[in-house]
Design a binder for this molecule. Structure first.
Ligand code: M6R
Length: 609
């Protein structure tokens, strides 16, 4: 979603701002802008559309300066228009960029109008700009003006503010949205995401909730929410620049699908080195996990589907009652919580607001055992959790989640085995067998990736369709849901995932020759049941596209197309079956010519509710 970058330096900061905004593009946005202090004025360029278009306008305007802020906007309050794009400027004197949502903006707008302020946009952010201007007029101190303004505002924010008469000063603040400060040589930077700063610095400090920071070229001053001077620890980011570049690939999604064997083996390596022990989840894990009576998983989107798969594993292998819930539902429900249940949040980005708020709600309900499985270090959700497991997928840029999903699955599988061991449900030979399956998993995933040429032929067919059904059973039912989500997200084809046994309770009415039906058909205990469900489809003239394990002896017939996935890999089979549905969605999107990495209306990090 929205992205922030800012800099105060001894040299022109415009290249840093533009580079940072390009690196933030993956988050999803619909307009972009920068404001720079130049010749005693705040000069601003904003454009709807891509950063490249805005960059062109910046060049034409000859923008340059040693203090500036930039933003990519994903519209919430007000449409996608240039006046609504950030930065917002008040009376030519204060410029602000903002991520998040100010809840009481209407109320504050009326008060500001009464004071004579004129609004040019429909955004909540313009309220911040005028409010800071108002307080700056009376206090003459930018830091103080920001603090006084934030006291009046309710909601979530990460902001960066500059003033026309403060050529070497920027003030930033966060509450509910991530913001970090980059430390350079005679320069300080601010960004919502470390990737925005990688070409300038890797040395960063993360602001905490309620922090306000003042940055000059060579000085950083942070105050916590109580106004106390504070220091935040220095981190050196290990995000590699190459992980943010496309290399030989056409799209990030394609790159990330093909990176899965490596992402999986990097994530599994931790267990192969030290065994499937509780230390994988932190030093406190053994004590905490030994005591739990159940597991509550909270997540959104694809991460939620990973949680659904885990429920099958946790209940069957570890014998522990498990509930999985969409975070945005959980956070507003009156939950009959059992504080002895472990709360597991799943999030690629670690920033998803609904998941973060659901976690905070669970903690408020008395849950003390919290674990975050996340792909982004130091992001908000792991920081709010007691235990953390970082998947090692590397940066995931494409909006459609792929390698984050499969690495979450192996992390959850490892958690399940650890809990099963602590509960005395498995012995050493079983553990060794699970480790062996994990060891061979990247190879099976590579085999599944090699099916792409056959999947491309199917994609040609799907690209002509308006609807599709995905069916699976048991632990593969969430893979059917994931296949449908991937297809709708990047091809805009309407798709639904169903447990195959549910077909005759409604969705069968949709089946005709125009409705392709994808079936996930692994060689497991439910295979014969799935075959019966397929008959129900064929009998209604439906065309079947079956992903069947090599050892499940499926034959092609009229109206039944089969692609053979690798030999059944046992309990980890959902990881392997995730690959063909990702490839089907990707190749169908290619044929339809959609914007694969930045599908319409979507954002990578969903930092608003
Ligand atoms: O970063 P998170 O895992 O918390 O994101 C959750 C969802 O927004 C995300 O999985 C979304 O559904 C993806 N675009 C799916 O491909």
């Amino acid at each position: 979603m929205c992205g922030i970058v800012g800099a105060v330096a001894g040299a022109d900061v415009v290249p840093v701002l533009l580079d940072g905004l390009k690196r933030l593009e993956y988050r999803g946005y619909d307009s972009a802008g920068v404001a720079v202090l130049m010749q005693g004025e705040i000069r601003r360029v904003r454009k709807i559309g891509r950063v490249a278009e805005m960059e062109q306008a910046v060049k034409e305007a000859g923008l340059a300066g040693t203090l500036g802020i930039g933003h990519t906007r994903w519209a919430t309050h007000g449409g996608v228009t240039e006046p609504n794009a950030h930065p917002h400027v008040s009376n030519g004197q204060i410029a602000v960029v903002h991520n998040g949502i100010i809840e009481n903006h209407d109320e504050e707008r009326e008060k500001l109008k009464a004071l004579g302020y004129v609004f040019e946009s429909q955004t909540d952010t313009e309220v911040i700009a005028h409010l800071v201007h108002h307080h700056y007029q009376t206090s003459g101190n930018l830091f103080k003006a920001v603090r006084l303004s934030l006291i009046q505002l309710r909601g979530a924010y990460a902001i960066a503010v500059i003033a026309v008469d403060q050529p070497d000063r920027m003030v930033c603040a966060r509450m509910g949205c991530p913001l970090l400060i980059g430390l350079g040589e005679g320069a300080h930077y601010v960004a919502s995401d470390v990737s925005a700063l990688l070409s300038a610095t890797r040395r960063v400090v993360y602001l905490e909730e309620g922090d306000i920071a003042e940055l000059t070229r060579d000085h950083l001053h942070i105050e916590d929410q109580h106004g106390r001077h504070t220091r935040r620890p220095l981190h050196v980011s290990d995000v590699s620049l190459s992980s943010l570049e496309l290399g030989q690939f056409r799209h990030y999604m394609q790159k990330e699908i093909h990176e899965q064997p490596k992402a999986l083996s990097d994530t599994i390596d931790q267990a192969l080195e030290d065994g499937l022990t509780s230390t994988l989840f932190g030093p406190e894990a053994e004590t905490i996990l030994r005591d739990i009576e159940g597991v509550q998983i909270l997540a959104c989107g694809t991460s939620y589907y990973a949680g659904m798969v885990a429920r099958y594993w946790l209940e069957s292998i570890a014998g522990i009652p498990t509930n999985v819930e969409i975070a945005s539902e959980y956070r507003y429900r009156e939950v009959a919580a059992n504080p002895r249940h472990l709360v597991v949040t799943l999030s690629q980005s670690g920033e998803t607001l609904d998941t973060l708020e659901a976690l905070k709600y669970a903690i408020a309900l008395g849950h003390q055992a919290t674990l975050s499985i996340c792909n982004v270090r130091e992001s908000a959700i792991p920081r709010a959790s007691r235990m953390v497991f970082y998947t090692r997928a590397g940066a995931e840029i494409g909006v459609a989640s792929t390698k984050a999903f499969t690495t979450q699955l192996v992390a959850l599988f490892m958690l399940c085995v650890v809990i099963a061991k602590l509960r005395g449900r498995i012995d050493a030979s079983k553990e060794a067998a699970y480790l062996d399956t994990l060891r061979h998993l990247p190879g099976s995933v590579q085999h599944a990736l090699n099916l792409e040429p056959q999947i491309c032929v199917w994609a040609e067919h799907f690209a002509q369709k308006s609807h599709a059904l995905f069916l699976g059973r048991g632990v593969h039912y969430p893979i059917a849901l994931e296949g449908a989500l991937k297809l709708k997200e990047i091809t805009y084809i309407h798709a639904e995932g169903y447990p195959a046994g549910e077909l005759k309770h409604g969705p069968l009415a949709l089946v005709d020759a125009d409705m392709p039906v994808v079936v996930i058909a692994p060689n497991d205990a439910l295979l014969e049941k799935v075959k019966s469900n397929m008959q129900e489809v064929r009998a209604r003239g439906g065309e079947l596209f079956v992903f069947a394990d090599l050892d499940s002896h499926f034959g092609e017939q009229e109206g039944v197309h089969v692609i053979r996935t690798p030999r059944h890999v046992g309990l980890l089979s959902p990881v392997v079956h995730a690959i063909p549905v990702q490839l089907l969605a990707y190749n169908t999107a290619l044929k339809r010519g959609t914007d694969v990495d930045k599908p319409r209306n979507l954002a990578k990090s969903v930092t608003v509710e």
